[in-house]
Structure formats: C-alpha cells, structure tokens
Design a protein around this ligand. Structure first.
Ligand code: NAI
Ligand code: MG
Length: 348
C-alpha cells in the first residue's frame, strides 16, 4: 500500500493539511499515512527543523503532503535551525528539482482576482520552477568590505546539467498542453541566465514540436499582469519562479488557491500549497485550505497515478467555489474547516 508522509509544519500548515486529509480519507483510497514534525514545530519537539525521524519517513514514503514552515519565534535562531531550512533540506535531500505550479482562475473567482475580470479569466498556466539550485543554494555569508562596511552575499549559479533537466520538464509539460514554452531569465545582465538561455535552446532541439520563446523576468512580471492569457508554460530558475508564482497567484484570485508539486523524475514527489505558514492568520480559522486540497489532488495524479480521484477532488473544489463557498481571502466568511466541509459535501 502506498505510504504518504504527512508533514503539517507551522502556522496555518496544520490547519490546511487537516482539511486535505479529510478529503483524502473520504475517498477511501488504499493508502497509509505517517505524520511527522517539520519546521519550527520540529525544532521545539526534536531540536531540529528537519529531524532524522522526519527524514526517515520522507525517504520511505511514496509521496509527501507538506503544509508550510515558518515561525516568527525562530527568527533569531542560527540559520541552520530556522524552520525554512526544513523545506530546503527536503528538496535537496530528495533531489526534488522540478516544481510544477499551476495557476488558473477557478470558475466564479473572477472578482477575487487582482486583475480585471476580462483579463483574469484568461489565466491558465503552469510555472515550471527549478528547485535545487540558484541563489538559494549557492555560497552565502557575511563579510566586511575593504572599507570596513558589512556586506552580505549569496552566489547565484547553475551548471548546464541542472538547466538541461529542468528545461526538459518544461518542454515535456508544454508538449502535453499548448505546445508553447516561454523560458524566463535575465540574460541581458546575468551570466547564469546566459547559460540558462543557451542550454534551453540546445535542449529545444529534442522537442521540435514545442515552440520556444524567451522573456526577461522583469518584462514577464509586467506581462503576467497585463495579459496572463499569453502564457501557457513558463520554465524558469528558482528565484524568478518563486516570485512569479506568488504574483500569478493573485492574478488567479488568492495565494490560498495555488497548489504545487516538487518532483525528481522517480515518481516520488512533495506536494504543498505555494503559500507559507501565514503567522498573521494562524490559529484563527481564516486560512483557505484549497491550495493544500488541490496539492493532494496533484499527489494522487503525479505520484500515484490515481487520475480519477484527482479529477474528483478538483471538480469538488470547483463545485464548492461555484456554490459560493469562500474563505476571507476570497472575500467570503467561511472558516478553514467550513471550507473543507463545502468541498466534502461537493465530493458527495
Ligand atoms: P505567506 O505565504 O505565509 O503569507 C503571505 C500572505 O498571504 C499573508 O498575509 C497570509 O495571511 C496570506 N496567506 C497565505 N496563505 C493563505 C491561505 N491559505 N489563506 C489565506 N491567506 C493566506 O508568506 P510570508 O508571510 O512571506 O511568510 C510567512 C512564513 O512562511 C515565513 O516564515 C516564510 O519563510 C514561510 N514560508 C514558507 C514556505 C513553505 O513552507 N514552503 C513558503 C513561503 C513562505
Ligand atoms: Mg514563495
């Protein structure tokens, strides 16, 4: 029986993960679950944000359902003990280099989008974000300049194999969608981006059926708001993908709506909402659980191949929204668990 590691984490993580679990449980699938602490919660229970027992479950699991990590009480800790190191550590440890972030406007959410309805309605895209490299994983530190000033630095780098493997995921994703791939970089000023662009062009020879275009990230940010319908699949690096996907979420109504999958090509994956632990609303029942529920659907589809159940979950979220069920981020008044109730009701 497939094993799902459930890692609720901090802040609203446990609240939204609980609703995704209710949805999975209702489907009566032949799955086993093992829960483990991660992030600030794990720091306080086990002394480390990614304890060995959590890594052990993560390694044994067929797929991971992750809530969010981040706890303001940990802000003063040394970096290695900060909650965010847990998600970076899992991505690295499991070599989850490919992050799929679908952004689409669900029916009925036109008025929740930050864009005009006629512009927002066109958003239906996937951001393929590289997840194991870039400035997040390069050498970093603090030093004194020659003039004695404090200086912080983070090295941005990619090697050609890292770019080639994420480019292939981008092309494969585009192939089964519109056949259009837009690679986003900053090749006009960054060497990392020049290599990125060269390698993406080389890999494109393997995918003659996909039309490749390139865009600078600053322009992409602007175009995403001006006319999101022009994009189908974007492939980009870790930093640019992080920022563009948060931006895309507001075009699609709310950050509480966007799920994600982090994959390593083996079938195993980590599934999580794109949002963080939202300390500002934690414990208040205000969090939108849809992004996590939709992440559970992605888990069933990408890691377990249970398409039918994934479709049912996505249809139930759609039906709940169409019936008017909304949390505060979408302009409604439902609590996190009431939103879960609405999805369960739609599941039938
Ligand atoms: P955030 O995504 O947690 O929150 C940004 C804003 O969106 C907040 O106003 C929050 O209330 C709102 N929001 C987020 N999710 C929501 C939901 N499901 N329903 C309704 N509203 C929602 O980002 P922020 O505030 O920058 O970071 C908070 C903590 O989360 C930090 O410690 C950060 O490092 C961490 N973080 C963790 C991530 C992860 O676990 N993968 C990803 C992003 C941030
Ligand atoms: Mg982010």
């Amino acid at each position: 029986m497939p094993l799902i590691a459930v890692l609720p984490g901090d802040g609203i993580g446990p609240e939204v993960t609980e609703q995704a679990r209710r949805v999975l449980d209702t489907l009566n699938l032949e799955l086993t679950y093992e829960e483990a602490p991660v992030g600030g919660a794990a720091y306080y229970s086990d002394g480390h944000p990614l304890p060995e027992r959590t890594l052990d479950v993560a390694r044994r699991a067929d797929a991971l359902l992750f809530g969010a990590v981040g706890d303001p009480r940990c802000d003063a800790l040394e970096r290695q003990f900060r909650p965010e190191q847990a998600i970076l550590g899992l991505r690295k440890e499991l070599e989850l280099f490919a992050n799929l972030r679908p952004a689409r406007l669900f029916p009925g959410l036109e008025d929740a989008s930050a864009l005009k309805p006629e512009v927002a309605g066109a958003i239906d895209m996937v951001i393929v974000r590289e997840l194991n490299g870039d400035v997040y994983f390069g050498e970093k530190g603090f030093r004194k300049t020659a003039a004695g000033r404090r200086e912080g630095y983070d090295v941005m780098s990619y090697d050609e194999d890292e770019v080639a493997r994420i480019a292939r995921v981008g092309f494969e994703t585009a192939k089964v969608r519109s056949g259009k791939l837009c690679s986003v970089d900053k090749a006009n000023v960054l060497e990392t981006s020049q290599l990125w662009r060269d390698v993406v062009i080389e890999v494109s020879a393997e995918f003659p059926e996909v039309e490749l275009t390139h865009m600078y990230v600053d322009n992409a940010a602007m175009q995403l708001v001006r006319n999101p319908g022009q994009f189908d699949v974007i492939v980009t690096g870790n930093l640019f993908g992080d920022i563009l996907s948060d931006q895309a979420s507001m075009c699609a109504g709310s950050i509480g709506m966007l799920p994600s999958a982090a994959l390593n090509g083996s079938g195993k994956g980590l599934y999580e909402p794109i949002h963080g632990s939202a300390p500002d609303i934690a414990g208040q029942g205000k969090a939108n659980p849809c992004a996590t529920i939709l992440s559970a659907a992605m888990l069933l589809r990408h890691s377990l191949g249970i398409e039918e159940a994934a479709d049912r979950i996505e249809a139930a979220v759609t039906a709940a929204l169409v019936s008017g069920a909304r949390t505060p981020d979408l302009g409604g008044t439902l609590t996190t668990s009431e939103m879960g109730d609405a999805v369960l009701k739609a599941l039938g």
